[in-house]
Design a protein around this ligand. Sequence first.
Ligand code: NDP
Ligand SMILES: O=C(O)C1=N[C@H](C(=O)O)C[C@H](O)C1
Length: 268
Amino acid sequence: MTILNIAVAGCTGRMGKVLLEMIDEAPDLRLSAALEQKNNPFLKKDAGELIGAPCGIAISSDIASALNGSDILIDFTRPAGTLTHLALCREAGIKMVIGTTGFSAAEKEILNTASKELAIVFAPNMSVGVNVLFKLLEVAASSLLNEYDIEIVEAHHRHKVDAPSGTALRMGEIIAQTLKRDLGKVAVYGREGVTGERSAETIGFATIRGGDIVGDHTAIFAGTGERIEITHKASSRKTFAVGALRAARFLATRSTGLFDMQDVLGLR
Ligand SMILES: NC(=O)C1=CN([C@@H]2O[C@H](COP(=O)(O)OP(=O)(O)OC[C@H]3O[C@@H](n4cnc5c(N)ncnc54)[C@H](OP(=O)(O)O)[C@@H]3O)[C@@H](O)[C@H]2O)C=CC1
Ligand SMILES: O=C(O)C1=N[C@H](C(=O)O)C[C@H](O)C1
């Protein structure tokens, strides 16, 4: 069996810890580095202690040295962190699975450029369910065409820092593309006051933040006399981590290119 050496950035974060658990359980994967920011209180501690299974890999902020001996870096951090890691991975020729959300269009372009030199899977949601939902949205939008008002609602835990979620934005992009609309022109991010009537072409986004909600997404197609709601609810971060590890295994067969979970799951 070929063993893949996996580095985890943001290893003490919510996703980082679940990834450590799942790598520990996978016979074909080995944790090769556990990365954190300079002021992180867990630096130098054994990464395995975070999951009750010491493994001899010390948490490090010296990313370049720690990446030595890694095949793939899995990154669920923040855009600034991911872009720093990307620059170092480009130098070292290490592939990346990027789950971080909240990138600007210009930052996404940096990922695109880097993918000419290294293989990257970049996806706002690594769960199988959400990626199937993306396909269902294409079917719904192309069948219902312009007769239905489209609204996207997402709910996440109180700690989430970006809104709307990366997944909600991708849902909007898929629907807009299917209906040949420009999301930049038709998106409405929240409403307040005397807004006037809804314009037919708009795609509305509503954001809920609270408690420990792992991640809920709904697309509403509201017509006259009926509406369709397509919902995904994540109840465990394991679903994202399983997807990220599938993406890592997929990258083992690629040398360059920008991929998403539709590619990994064969849903394109
Ligand atoms: N694609 C997908 O399927 C999913 C994507 N996500 C996305 O993943 C990201 C992380 O989510 P989550 O784990 O909940 O977040 P957390 O805040 O729990 O974890 C983020 C981790 O990244 C570290 N970090 C923050 N900023 C930087 C930086 N500039 N450089 C290096 N490391 C940094 C944090 O360290 P410190 O504590 O020291 O700040 C922390 O360890 C978010 O963008 C989220 O939207 C989440 C779930 C699924
Ligand atoms: O921050 C989170 O937690 C999540 N973020 C992703 C997003 O922004 O779409 C995916 C998932 O819903 C969890």
